[in-house]
Design a binder for this molecule. Structure first.
Ligand code: FES
Length: 367
């Protein structure tokens, strides 16, 4: 018994495996014979292993594939700028397709294919394919092992002929480096035009009919959506008007302008207005404030006439209209900007100037 126990670990590495789910196994009184290590099949040399001319040929083929990748990447960049995004072409099998999309897809595909094929061909024809049997060791990381790892890496570099084939290294570096270009192009080129000061100004900052920043007259406050001008006398106590600037529908992007220029107009009891500036920027208690919540830009949705609170439905920010629309509740951090208004000679309410601060939520340059 003890003799067999001593040999149990060896049995597990022998040629016979005992399946314990089968129940008892009748022994023969002997351990099975161990089989001989069959070893590795004989190494087959490739053309390039013995023939330097064949290796050179492979090197050129690999370089050609990497250069094909580079060429395709450059063509990608050219196509991105040269082909009109509305051009249509007819392709076999596929039919009509957007020319720009087809060109970008084909060139990007060839670019990747060149790198992939080049790497595979390099590995298959030039890198060492010697089979190596690695002995098992205990998992230890002593100095000797570390040095061994470094040696393996160095040997790998050597066998990949990195030093002997600088042409491949340079062309691969060029192919991989250039491949970053289309990624960057798409990221940066698709961002669209810079907003410049678009986020900081609204249509209220301009005058109706002005040319080159000169002339024109103050824009009237117009009911939205009726597009009719509002007289001071129309704004009786308890009134709330949704207002847009006069001429907004004649702008190039009326919807974009509406997002920034929407205003609420109400009449307050002047005695209840706490800030002198707020009083001065209104007319007889009639005040105009941006309707765009300073949290994340929802239009404020409720006005409570007794308390004069404006409530944003998105996250319940609440603004006090009698106190310069300061935030009294919720996540918004800034008051709603006030629009300075007056009355023109015909008795209509007009904007004296644009908002003195950007409307809506904060953005990176707002400070
Ligand atoms: S957008 Fe108004 S509270 Fe969030």
């Amino acid at each position: 018994m003890s003799e067999h126990d001593d040999n149990l670990p060896e049995q597990s590495t022998g040629s016979s495996v005992v399946d314990l789910t089968q129940g008892h196994v009748e022994g023969t009184g002997q351990l099975p014979e161990r089989f001989d290590n069959p070893g590795l099949p004989p190494h087959v040399h490739r053309h390039g292993d013995d023939d330097e001319a064949a290796a050179k040929r492979s090197e050129r083929q690999v370089a050609a594939l990497f250069m094909m990748s580079m060429l395709a990447t450059v063509l990608f960049a050219v196509a991105y700028f040269a082909i009109d995004k509305n051009d249509v072409i007819t392709l076999p099998i596929i039919g009509r397709a957007n020319a720009l999309h087809a060109a970008l897809g084909v060139t990007l595909g060839l670019s990747l294919l060149g790198i992939g094929l080049g790497a595979v061909h390099w590995a298959k024809t030039l890198m060492s394919d010697e089979e190596i049997a690695e002995e098992r060791h205990q998992l230890r990381s002593d100095d000797e092992t570390r040095q061994g790892a470094v040696d393996v890496v160095m040997e790998g570099g050597e066998s990949a002929q990195v030093r002997r084939r600088p042409l491949i290294v340079y062309t691969l570096g060029g192919a991989l480096g250039l491949f970053a270009v289309p990624l960057g192009l798409q990221l940066v080129g698709s961002l669209g035009p810079l907003p410049k000061n678009d986020l900081s100004t609204s249509l209220w900052s301009t005058r109706l009919g002005q040319k080159d920043g000169k002339g024109g007259r103050k824009r009237r406050l117009m009911r939205d959506p009726e597009n009719t001008a509002i007289r001071l006398s129309d704004v009786t106590m308890g009134s709330v008007f949704h207002v847009l600037p006069e001429g907004i529908n004649d702008t190039e992007h009326p919807l974009n302008e509406k997002v920034k220029a929407s205003v609420l107009l109400v009449r307050l009891d002047e005695a209840k207005i706490k800030s002198q500036r707020q009083r001065d920027w209104g007319v007889d208690g009639v005040v105009a404030y941006s309707k765009i919540c300073t949290h994340v830009g929802c239009p404020v949705g409720l006005y409570e006439q007794q308390t004069h609170h404006l409530l944003c439905p998105c996250h319940q920010s609440t603004f006090d209209m009698t106190d310069d629309c300061k935030v009294i509740f919720g996540p918004a951090k800034r008051p709603l900007p006030q629009l300075k208004i007056s009355v023109d000679t015909d008795g209509y309410l007009v904007a004296d100037q644009g908002f003195v601060e950007p409307v809506g939520p904060s953005f990176w340059e707002r400070g």
